[in-house]
Design a protein. Structure first.
Length: 176
C-alpha cells in the first residue's frame, strides 16, 4: 500500500483499471473451467496438446504449477475445490458432472488425478474414481513421496510408507 502512495497518479489509474478488467474480462473456460480471456482457454484450444489425456486439478493455480514444469502436454479439468464436509463442500459443489459428461463422450483415454495429498484431496480422488468406475478409462495419480532434499528422519509416516510401497527401479530414478 505504501508503495502505491509513492507512484505517479497515472500508474495508479492504470493499476485500478487493470484490476477492474480482471473481474470483467476473465472468464472460466467452458471445457475445463480454467481461467481464460475467451470462452475456450488457450490449453483446450491448442491442437498440439494431447486431448486424450486429462489432468484433474483442484484449481487454476495447480495448472500454472504443472505447466511450469514443461512435462505435461495433455489437457486439464478444474474441479473448483475439494470435497470437504467440515467446510460444507460436497461433490455437487464441484465440477464433477461436467467431468463425467466429458468422459462419457469417449475421447479421454487417461485421467491423471493431481489433487493435494490431504484428506480432502484423497477423499475427492476416491469419489471421482468411484464415479468414473463404469467407464473404460485408465486412471493414474501423480507420484507422491519424499521431496528432493528432504531427510528421512523428518518425513511423516504416511509419506514414507507410500514412498516405500510405490518405489521405482533405481535406473528409472536417474532419468530426467
Amino acid at each position: 500500500m505504501l508503495h502505491l502512495i509513492k507512484q505517479d497518479p497515472k500508474i495508479i489509474e492504470g493499476f485500478i483499471h487493470s484490476l477492474g478488467q480482471l473481474k470483467t474480462d476473465l472468464k472460466f473456460c467452458v471445457k475445463c473451467h480454467n481461467i481464460s480471456e475467451s470462452e475456450v482457454c488457450s490449453i483446450c484450444s491448442n491442437k498440439a496438446r494431447d486431448h486424450s489425456t486429462l489432468c484433474l486439478v483442484q484449481d487454476f493455480r495447480d495448472i500454472l504449477a504443472i505447466e511450469s514444469t514443461g512435462q505435461y502436454k495433455g489437457t486439464y479439468h478444474v474441479l473448483g475445490g475439494l470435497i470437504s464436509p467440515l467446510d460444507g463442500i460436497g461433490p455437487a459443489d464441484l465440477n464433477i458432472d461436467t467431468l463425467v459428461k466429458k468422459i462419457a463422450e469417449g475421447t479421454i483415454k487417461e485421467i491423471i488425478l493431481a489433487l493435494n495429498a490431504t484428506m480432502e484431496g484423497e477423499t475427492t480422488s476416491f469419489f471421482v474414481y468411484k464415479k468414473l468406475a463404469p467407464y473404460t478409462i485408465l486412471m493414474s495419480a501423480i507420484a507422491r513421496g519424499i521431496a528432493v532434499g528432504d531427510e528421512l528422519e523428518y518425513t511423516d509416516e504416511v509419506t514414507l510408507a507410500r514412498s516405500i510401497a510405490n518405489r521405482v527401479p533405481f535406473n528409472n530414478s536417474l532419468k530426467k
